[in-house]
Design a protein around this ligand. Sequence first.
Ligand code: KG4
Ligand code: ZN
Length: 361
Amino acid sequence: MSLILGLETSCDETAASIVEDGRIVRSNVVSTQHDLHERFGGVVPEIASRAHLEKLLPVVQRALNDAGVSLQQLDAIAVGNRPGLVGSLVVGASAAKALSWSLGLPLIGVDHVLAHLYAPVLVGLGAKPQAAVVYPAIGLVVSGGHTSLYRVDGPGQVVLLGKTIDDAVGEAYDKAAVMLKAGYPGGPKVDAMAQLGDGAAYKLPRPLLGPQSLDFSFSGLKTALLYAVRGTPVGRGANSHFERDADDLTDQQRADLAAAFQLAVVDTIATKIKRAHKQLRADGCSIQSLIIGGGVSANSLLRNRVTALAEKLALQLHIPDMALCVDNAAMIAGLAHERFIKQDFDDLSLPVVATTSAHQG
Ligand code: KG4
Ligand code: ZN
């Protein structure tokens, strides 16, 4: 039996988890910093790294306590060391190195985005067992920082097929929430608001780029929503202003706009998955499964749509338990196990990396 302690500090969640044998989540502690960033309408990197510094050790202690595991019982230390906010990553990586060195345990640096695709494999603490993933698969990570489509050949083994050329989908949700005055964090608030609205009441664009493109672009959709909420800008230069504000709309109008935005996002994502499936099949690749991960995989409409789509395309769907969609350290410790069994370890020179080619093409 192996016990891996995972640490995650890439953005605004300080997290630690103990995972047994790469699959069984023994503890999963996530301390969010939402309250610290709320008044700024987004994550402030300097505030995030300082908060990680304060919270990380208590979070690790709780993860050990919850799992009933002592430091001496651990077999390895895993840390999300890429991609992310550099100052935040440094906090997790430094703590992981200190633990690895002082306990004489192997250190394993993990790619945060690829770890999102590992989350459906995890069981325990409410997460139900899913069928084993059959590869090759189509993998889609939809989070606050990334929107990337992959061919997945095994855990952590990916070929990038498409990515966002501007905003990540979660980022677009967060900005939509600001426009609609839906609250913070944006994604879940817009999701809840959309459930009270009619997506057909407003027509927003589906940004598909070229007919074959597997890339994503959400900035035009965001602007279309801005104009639908606030009207066309009046005047020029310093005197320009919008016709109205979200407060001038009725609750029903705001809910309809949220629903129209959500529908446009989910239609776009579904089209890209269908395109990827068609193109991979045309290349002779017999895709078996569809794996979705990242914070936006918690979205109610997306979950329904990909469930139906996977059935239509005869793919086995793997989507994380709700608690494992957003950033967590269980997915870090889980994916690290793949390298643990191969005894493929890092040393204390492990760097942190803000962006990596696996996600940027
Ligand atoms: O994976 P994650 O926790 O962090 C990153 O790696 O970026 O994703 C966070 C993102 C945020 O943008 C948040 O608004 C979005 O996931 N999100 C959602 C929902 N829950 C979280 N977006 C849409 N619908 C949701 N239910
Ligand atoms: Zn993430």
